[in-house]
Design a protein around this ligand. Structure first.
Ligand SMILES: Nc1ncnc2c1ncn2[C@@H]1O[C@H](COP(=O)(O)OP(=O)(O)OP(=O)(O)O)[C@@H](O)[C@H]1O
Ligand SMILES: [Mg+2]
Length: 313
């Protein structure tokens, strides 16, 4: 069963901005799902529709097999949303914020769970402060705690780690992994693509309000990511016409003293590393230094959203 099934969702803002255009997505139950896209792609619009702070102008969505728009009250209790924008009433302490949020969901505050959240989000030392006195990173962590206070089955995080320092970010992800392992479905947006690649088992990329791809992370990487063999020399290189012809299968690129060849796959699934290496050595001699670099999610993202592929050879 899907945790979330979105069909043909669209959003045109009142000023005419088309933020989402016929978006269909399926978020499998129990998945750790990355919703990625460049600035302005429509990620927050999609999340805010799920959170009921933005109205969709078309389409439908089912949450754990219930109609999201028809069964709002039930659905709201299943979702915990960390919004991109941080806003708190400045006069409450973190514990009060969490207790009040519990109340909004119609439940008595679960003090043990609130203590656990404060501890795991490393806010225990700051419970005496009011939210105005918290740092930006602390406020964002409180926002995460607030989203989890009613133990939702689907957690939606809109850039939860923006402004959170490296070490805390890692620990925050550790906590999200634990929740995911215990059965919580997690949907997150982030611009830290290395973290998305490491954490998420599913990925959707949207650009200009449209879905570019949506599939298991491993399938996307296998289909789209390439590997390159780079070789450095202690002499200047140039590609003659004959060299280009001999290496044409590997789409050769030559810089001053280096050559970079794109590796393919043989029928038996092995890479064309040996053929490429030998072909280059036959033209230029043995290299001083060589290595293989596989494209990561950032390269794949840039390619699919038609941005420049970084030269990192
Ligand atoms: N309230 C609004 N009124 C009009 N247009 C809006 C509004 N909110 C967002 N938009 C527009 O909708 C599009 C999608 O914005 P959205 O905030 O959903 O993008 P995003 O993918 O979350 O981007 P980011 O990575 O910068 O957070 C953009 O073109 C944006 O300018
Ligand atoms: Mg956003």
């Amino acid at each position: 069963m899907s945790a979330l099934e979105i069909k043909g969702l669209s959003k045109v803002y009142s000023n005419g901005n088309v933020a989402l255009h016929d978006v269909s997505l399926s978020v499998p139950k129990g998945s750790f799902f990355a919703l990625l896209g460049p600035n302005g792609a429509g990620k927050s619009t999609l999340i805010n529709i799920l959170a009921d702070t933005v109205l969709a102008t078309g389409g439908s969505a089912r949450l754990f097999d219930q109609d999201l728009f028809a069964e709002r009250n039930w659905c709201k209790r299943q979702i915990g949303v960390v919004p991109q924008e941080v806003a708190f009433d400045p006069f409450f302490t973190p514990r009060e914020v969490l207790a009040i949020t519990s109340g909004l969901f119609g439940s008595k505050p679960d003090d043990a769970w609130i203590d656990h959240l404060l501890d795991r989000l490393e806010l225990t030392a700051h419970v005496g402060k009011n939210t105005r006195q918290l740092s930006g990173g602390m406020r964002r962590r409180l926002l995460v705690a607030q989203a989890l206070v009613h133990k939702p089955k689907l957690v939606i995080l809109d850039e939860p780690t923006a402004g959170v320092d490296v070490e805390l970010r890692r620990r925050l992800w550790g906590f999200m992994r634990e929740l995911n392992a215990a059965g919580t479905t997690i949907l997150l947006t982030t611009h830290y693509l290395d973290e998305a690649e490491e954490l998420c088992d599913h990925v959707a990329i949207i650009d200009q309000g449209k879905v570019v791809t949506a599939q298991p992370m491993a399938d996307l990487m296998q289909q789209v990511a390439s590997s390159y063999l780079w070789m450095n020399y202690d002499k200047p290189l140039s590609l003659s016409e004959a060299d280009t012809l001999a290496l044409t299968d590997f789409k050769p690129r030559v810089s001053d003293t280096g050559v970079c060849l794109q590796l393919g796959k043989l029928e038996n699934g092995q890479s064309t590393f040996h053929t490429a290496y030998e072909a280059a050595v036959a033209r230029f001699g043995p290299p001083q230094d060589a290595g293989v670099r596989s494209e990561d999610l950032e390269d794949v993202f840039l390619r699919l959203t038609k941005k420049e592929i970084r030269e990192r050879t």
